[in-house]
Design a binder for this molecule. Structure first.
Ligand SMILES: [Zn+2]
Ligand SMILES: [Zn+2]
Length: 318
């Protein structure tokens, strides 16, 4: 099969071995994939990963022990726990120390003609959601994780820092909470996407709205963390959504002095993400910068890493 493989260098391969289905897994033909910042970090060395890249996909189940899945259009959760350790038995497979993670930890990713995933990771996609929207379910679920961890009330003042793909998803989830909300970023075109959806947005240098009760750092950079600290009020909550390859040299003392709560936040619930897209409450089409043919995967990664780009999608099959 065709596959986009990272092995110190990113390469498009024409005859990569087909995946073999393990017990409890489904074989999925990939329709469309999204390139995420994590993928861009991986090709810079994050997680020391090698193998097929990518983790955001929509596909069609071609083979499965459970007939009900065959022919269904699906997206999939990316963490695969061992199923037997204490953490898995408590239902948090995403933290299993033995886990594999699609395209990130010891499990081939989705930039390929075929993938396999455990059936329990799969979620069906209603016809009302297009392929180009369905690939956003995984990152949108990560955005919904924030409000799962910190219940947001309308009285809360919330700042989302970073106007990239994830920031533009988190801010839409926050908008559903009807809080006092501002997106702070660096790119006029990206801030405008939020403004067009009725969300207050400001350039970092021009923001004068004061500190917030809750700040979500979606900048993906160590500098962003420093700025986020400066925007969080004493005893406020700072939620970190950024993962980056480089190690950060951070001054932690404001957290102690101002008694802030720091929350790490990763993967989230797929149900609300699918529902938000199906109801049209979350709009992801403005986030798609380009849809490229699969064969142009290497070029697509280059384009995805450019500053003005939001989401680049690869059309794998139809
Ligand atoms: Zn992602
Ligand atoms: Zn486990």
């Amino acid at each position: 099969m065709r596959a986009l493989v990272f092995n110190g260098k990113l390469r498009f391969e024409m005859s990569y071995p087909d995946p073999s289905m393990e017990e409890g897994e489904a074989l999925i033909r990939v329709l469309c994939v999204g390139i995420c910042n994590t993928d861009l970090e991986i090709v810079k060395g994050y997680m020391s990963y090698s193998g097929i890249v990518g983790h955001e996909f929509v596909g069609v189940v071609e083979d499965c022990h459970d007939q009900r899945w065959i022919g269904k259009r699906v997206v999939g959760e990316i963490n695969c726990g061992c199923g037997s350790c204490r953490i898995c038995q408590n239902g948090i497979e995403k933290h299993c120390p033995e886990r594999t993670v699609l395209g990130i930890v010891r499990r081939n990713g989705v930039c390929a003609d075929y993938i396999t995933l455990p059936v329990e990771n799969l979620h069906m996609i209603p016809d009302s959601i297009a392929d180009e929207e369905a690939v956003f379910v995984e990152p949108l679920a990560a955005a919904f994780r924030v409000v799962e961890q910190v219940p947001i009330a309308s009285s809360h003042k919330v700042i989302v820092l970073g106007d990239g793909k994830l920031g533009l998803l988190v801010v839409q989830v926050m908008q559903m909470m009807r809080c006092d909300l501002t997106l702070i970023g660096k790119h006029e075109s990206k801030l405008r996407i939020a403004q067009q959806q009725g969300i207050a947005a400001a350039f970092a240098e021009q923001y004068k709205g004061g500190k917030a009760d809750v700040v979500v750092d979606c900048t993906g950079s160590p500098d962003g963390f420093e700025s986020a600290l400066g925007l969080t009020r004493p005893e406020g909550i700072l939620i970190l959504k950024s993962t980056f390859a480089q190690k950060a040299n951070l001054n932690m003392s404001p957290i102690v002095v101002d008694e802030m709560t720091l929350i790490g936040s990763r993967c989230g619930p797929f149900g609300p993400a699918i529902d938000g897209l199906a109801r049209g409450v979350i709009r992801v089409k403005p986030l798609v910068t380009r849809i490229m043919p699969f064969e142009m995967g290497v070029e697509a990664f280059g384009i995805a890493s450019q500053r003005e780009t939001l989401k680049v999608l690869l059309r794998v099959s139809s």
